[in-house]
Ligand binder design. Sequence first.
Ligand code: ATP
Ligand code: MG
Length: 338
Amino acid sequence: MEQNRLSERGMRTIAQGLGALHVEDLTVTFGRGKKTFQVIESLNFSVAPGETLGLVGESGSGKSMTAAALLGLLPWGGRISRGSVRLGDQELTHLSARAMRELRGREVGMIFQNPLSSLNPSMTVAQQIAEPYRLYLGADARAGRARALELLQEVGVPDAERRLDDYPHQFSGGMRQRVMIAMALACKPKLLIADEPTTALDVIIQAQILKLIRRLQREHGMAVIFITHDLSLVAEYADQVMVLYAGRTVERGRTPEFFANPRHPYSRALLNSIPRLANGDARLSDIDGLPPRPQAFPTGCRFAPRCTLRTEDCELRYPPASGEGHQFFCVHPVGGAA
Ligand SMILES: Nc1ncnc2c1ncn2[C@@H]1O[C@H](COP(=O)(O)OP(=O)(O)OP(=O)(O)O)[C@@H](O)[C@H]1O
Ligand SMILES: [Mg+2]
């Protein structure tokens, strides 16, 4: 018995060592010939089973494009032009569209901001939740329905049995979001990508949903990528943070180190805009100017035109990575050079 427990624990450690998601040099290019531009470039990150990566950055920084690239759901004209995405021991950038579709049902779950646009209005929630389970795991109608009930209960939909045959429009916003989580979890995915999953919800329901995701994540050992504008949510729910600016990583690290000592001036500016975390100073920091468009990304640091610490060398080339573990891409980091 004792030995069994030990070997079980050993297995878990090995599985965690293998990791869930490894992304290297991920670059997405739009267009052909001379008119190409990159919307995300050279992203590197890993997310272990049971761990959450918080992906932050202002609107247009490439957060959703990163999710779309991982899911094989890039908009027309976009392609992964460089890099590798490994989920477990599978390389995803080589998979066919069909294999990617199957992977999305079976190994990767997704939750988006607006559940109504992702739920099918003409199918009952039982049918929708059971669909991937039936399609990819070969369950029959009865087993599918039983799984749908189990999942609705797991995500905390009250009176789940009676609600199985309801349609999405009969649910409130928070309950719809739960239905979408149930769908995403139907096949026990290795990776869950949540793109602004709670932006449309009030703060109480937001906290409930995020706690629910965290509980399910721990129970199922899922890796989670949590995309948000909101750094205070990242501080609370993510194990590591990656800050994007204009399609590139400006800083990444474990959550406590990042929040204790943000090194990139852009991260610092983002943090200053959270009243609760900015030493009780409730002023909103305004970063002057706008981020560049992908068609006009500068050669050097992309934040340089808006940065108060900029010097000439910032504009010559993209700053190399500094720091180990906690990494940042800046030649004049906050708090002095590395
Ligand atoms: N279909 C498309 N073709 C070309 N470029 C696109 C397309 N869709 C989006 N983009 C560009 O890709 C960049 C990244 O967009 P993305 O949607 O990933 O931003 P985001 O960080 O998710 O922003 P938000 O916080 O507003 O959701 C933006 O500059 C955007 O203009
Ligand atoms: Mg987005």
